[in-house]
Design a protein around this ligand. Structure first.
Ligand code: OGA
Ligand code: ZN
Length: 371
């Protein structure tokens, strides 16, 4: 977008765009983001100075449009810095807060895209579509993953790194003798996010189905962001309590005693929902201040009721060769009980930063290839 006009005061530059909209920039923001090799390393674009090296009274002495760039003169340093219009447009922060979060409920059961493993490996565009589902919806389904042990880790390595834990690099989900975890029994599992007792909580989980001959053993997923949004609309006080107070979580087995405190709903500094945790199995005895605990339980119950509503449940029976990748701080997962046959999944954890990074890299590659 081209710039039609600039104006300034000592503290604020105002850029008017060709479409008539305007963006304001603080002088200190411009100084901090000074462009050019005096301020950024030419090879890696990292900043070469610290904010403490900028005079505290740095201000805009002049600003003008020149060859599509905005030239800003700063005093008392007596320096001139040019900002390309594209840079200012990309990083304009003077805009209303908005959330473009997509949320989903039961209807996704019929419309969840089945991404082909073969294509994801062979074609960067197919890989990008798969990763976009994982980032935007918090859940993505792959089909045709070879039914061989360890493939779940190979799949995580398409975009990032396996997060090893005390369960190992991967964990087996099947009925075991003397199970250390309810997951390793044929019992149904209430919807939950995994491992809120870890710090940090695993951001992503992958579950790969190797065998599912059992009766039952259907998977259930719930969009925790949709549910938290509903709670905020229906009961703002409950939302406030769950996003303010953290609960203790604990997991013990011989040689391991993991403990952490987590909020059930996390919001960022602008109130956007960024994480949901819910795990009835590993919630430790609640220890909130006595005067809060009663109201907290009412809020907790309300949230739990909403999480168990059928219209929020994506249900599918994972079949051999299918692999589900999901945001473990957003998409709750569970299963119905099973009997009468074998069921074997392999799972592993990974982190969201690598997923988002790969998505950005592929998006940029696609854009450059199209230009
Ligand atoms: C788990 C789990 C789901 C399943 O192991 O934590 O949720 O489908 N398993 O068995
Ligand atoms: Zn689980």
């Amino acid at each position: 977008m081209k710039i039609s006009e600039v104006s300034f005061t000592a503290d604020v530059l105002t850029v008017t765009w060709q479409d008539g909209s305007a963006s304001r920039f603080h002088g200190m923001w411009l100084r901090d983001n000074a462009q050019g090799s005096d301020y950024r390393h030419p090879d890696n674009d990292q900043r070469l100075f610290d904010l403490t090296e900028v005079p505290a009274d740095s201000h805009i002495a002049d600003a003008a449009l020149r060859d599509g760039q905005v030239q800003v003169h700063f005093q008392p340093e007596k320096i001139a810095v040019g900002y390309p219009a594209s840079y200012l447009h990309q990083y304009a922060y003077d805009r209303p807060d908005g959330s473009d979060q997509q949320v989903w409920g039961a209807a996704l059961s019929d419309s969840l895209t089945r991404h082909s493993y073969e294509q994801v490996l062979a074609d960067p565009a197919a890989r990008l579509h798969w990763l976009e589902d994982a980032v935007d919806k918090g859940i993505a389904l792959l089909t045709g993953v070879p039914c061989e042990p360890g493939q779940v880790m190979k799949t995580a390595e398409i975009f990032g790194f396996v997060r090893e834990t005390n369960y190992g690099r991967l964990f087996e989900v099947r009925s075991e003798p003397n199970p250390v975890n309810l997951a390793f029994t044929p019992v149904g599992l209430n919807v939950h996010t995994d491992n809120p007792y870890r710090d940090p909580v695993p951001g992503l989980q992958l579950l790969h189905c190797l065998v599912n001959d059992a009766e039952g053993g259907q998977s259930v997923f719930v969009d925790g962001f949709r549910t938290a949004t509903l709670l905020r609309q229906e009961d703002p006080e409950a939302f406030r309590l769950l996003s303010t107070y953290s609960l203790p979580f604990r997991y013990r087995e011989p040689g391991t005693d993991l403990q952490s405190r987590k909020r059930l709903i996390e919001v960022d500094d602008r109130g956007r929902i960024t994480a949901v945790r819910y795990n009835n199995r590993s919630a430790a005895p609640m220890d909130l201040p006595f005067d809060v605990a009663g109201d907290f339980y009412r809020a907790y119950r309300k949230f739990a009721d909403l999480l168990h509503q059928e219209d929020g449940e994506l249900r599918l029976k994972l079949m051999p060769g299918e692999l589900v990748l999901f945001d473990n701080e957003r998409a709750l997962h569970g299963r119905t009980g099973f009997s009468g046959g074998a069921r074997h999944l392999q799972g592993c954890y990974a982190d969201k930063d690598a997923l988002r990074s790969m998505r950005c890299v592929l998006t940029n590659e696609m854009r450059e290839a199209a230009e």
